[in-house]
Design a protein around this ligand. Structure first.
Ligand code: C5P
Length: 312
């Protein structure tokens, strides 16, 4: 490594988890993916991704459940950095990627995709590529279906397999309680389960419901609660029946709405306001319905650089 590179500071990016406020899943496509109509919503449950100039490529992960995240080439953040480097060999150099995790692992909140988006933004800055979010979208789409949304954050309508994202107009902020389940659910297995459950059923092309977007524009918490919808919920409940009682407990304890997040097993509840969210989180733990809960607020921005750290 040349000395001017050694002296470059590391770059740290904060990147949010997502909730799908609405997730409508079409029939399987010839490429194995499913067409989606979804409304993504970024919440302030975040990972931090730091890239630092290094002699050789590497990754390490810290935080709750870090041991569940691979520290090899299958790590999506490292894969993202290497993919970007491969397309910009004249400016890129090896980096070490450090991920500090708060987003549940294999929880249906796109934690791996968030880390990939974080690594793209951090490497773009460290290597001086000047791509910005617009230029990073093509790499994001190749890395995974949720990576594009992690770049933009906020609230956005997703289509295709999830990689096409268009920002949605929203008013106000929404208070969430996030219940983390023990163990993860593999996304492909949940999509396979929905296909199995739907055998013999007519599956329409997915279309977003206009009522949900109207509720978001009006900052209407009750209206949003009434529109929360996830086609994958049935599959997640089929694979993990205990999740349904967690969802029911939250609704009984005062949530205005609740559903499985993405492919699960995380369950998210919408609360009327900040106080209600804290009360609900406590009640879920006190009642024994949940052990790992977080409160969260959305929408929040997508991947953002938070600091450049001087070299040691
Ligand atoms: O794109 P990503 O790597 O996040 O997707 C993980 C898996 O989830 C895919 O391999 C596929 O099995 C399933 N999936 C799908 N349809 C989508 C998104 C994901 O079937 N739109």
């Amino acid at each position: 490594m040349t000395s001017h590179v050694e002296n470059l500071p590391g770059v740290t990016v904060r990147v949010p988890a997502k909730i799908n406020l609405e997730l409508r899943v079409g029939p399987p496509r010839p490429d194995g993916y499913h067409g989606l109509a979804t409304v993504f919503h970024a919440v302030d449950l975040v990972d931090h991704v730091t890239v630092t100039p290094a002699e050789r490529w590497g990754v390490d992960v810290e935080g709750t459940d870090a041991h569940l995240v691979p520290e090899d080439d299958s790590n999506l953040a490292l894969a993202a950095a290497k993919m970007l480097a491969g397309a910009h060999t004249e400016k890129a150099f090896p980096v070490h990627v450090h991920v500090c995790k708060q987003i549940p692992v294999a929880g249906g909140m796109a934690g791996g995709s968030a880390d990939a988006a974080g690594a793209l933004v951090a490497c773009d800055a460290l290597w001086g590529l000047g791509l910005g979010v617009e230029g990073l979208h093509e790499y994001a789409a190749r890395l995974g279906s949720d990576v594009n949304f992690a770049l933009v954050g906020g609230t956005a309508v997703g289509s295709g397999r999830g990689e096409n994202v268009v920002p949605a107009l929203t008013a106000g902020r929404y208070e969430w309680v996030v219940v983390q389940a023990e163990g993860g659910l593999s996304t492909p297995s949940v999509f396979r389960e929905i296909d199995r459950l739907r055998e013999g059923r007519e599956v329409p092309e997915p279309r977003p419901a206009p009522e949900l977007l109207a509720a978001l524009r009006q900052g209407d918490v009750e209206g949003l609660a009434a529109c929360l919808y996830n086609d994958l919920e049935e599959a997640a409940f089929s694979l993990r029946p205990e999740l349904e009682s967690v969802r029911d407990a939250g609704l009984m304890l005062g949530a205005v709405g609740g559903l499985v997040s993405g492919s699960g097993p995380t369950i998210v509840f919408l609360a009327r306001d900040r106080h209600s969210a804290c009360d609900l989180a406590a009640a879920l733990v006190n009642s024994g319905a949940a052990t790992r809960v977080h409160t969260a607020v959305g929408p929040v921005p997508g991947a953002q650089i938070v600091e450049s750290t001087p070299p040691a």
